[in-house]
Design a protein around this ligand. Structure first.
Ligand code: SF4
Ligand code: SF4
Length: 111
């Protein structure tokens, strides 16, 4: 992903694809080795519920965006993103992610 110095860094999760596997949470902790009383990235697993008559299960990620911005400045393809087994996670400039989100069911986190 291209450099986005000076622009807002955002993180996007594809709600249809995320498996709720906790991989990004583990990848973040493995990368940065922060204490266990800190959470730079959390995965929130949700119970299944009915959407338009179909049982769906959406999970959510909760990144600490100030940490992510610093992380992204060092590595624009962080382990949380490249290790996601579903390819559900993306990081980059808010404008780029908003473009990429067209027609998809996503959550975008921005500072
Ligand atoms: S974003 Fe990817 S790595 Fe994180 S919980 Fe969802 S599927 Fe797993
Ligand atoms: S971008 Fe870096 S700080 Fe943010 S969740 Fe991923 S590994 Fe953690």
């Amino acid at each position: 992903m291209k450099s986005v110095a000076g622009s807002n860094i955002a993180m996007m999760v594809n709600l249809d694809d995320c498996l709720g596997c906790f991989g990004c949470e583990a990848a973040c902790r493995e990368t940065h080795r922060y204490p266990y009383d800190e959470d730079w990235m959390r995965v929130v697993r949700r119970e299944p519920y009915l959407v338009d008559g179909k049982l769906r299960q959406y999970h959510l990620v909760a990144p600490e965006l100030d940490k992510c911005a610093a992380c992204y400045a060092v590595d624009p393809d962080p382990l949380c993103v490249r290790g996601c087994p579903a390819g559900a996670l993306a990081i980059g400039a808010l404008a780029d992610l908003a473009q990429e989100a067209q027609g998809k069911h996503v959550a975008i986190f921005s500072a």
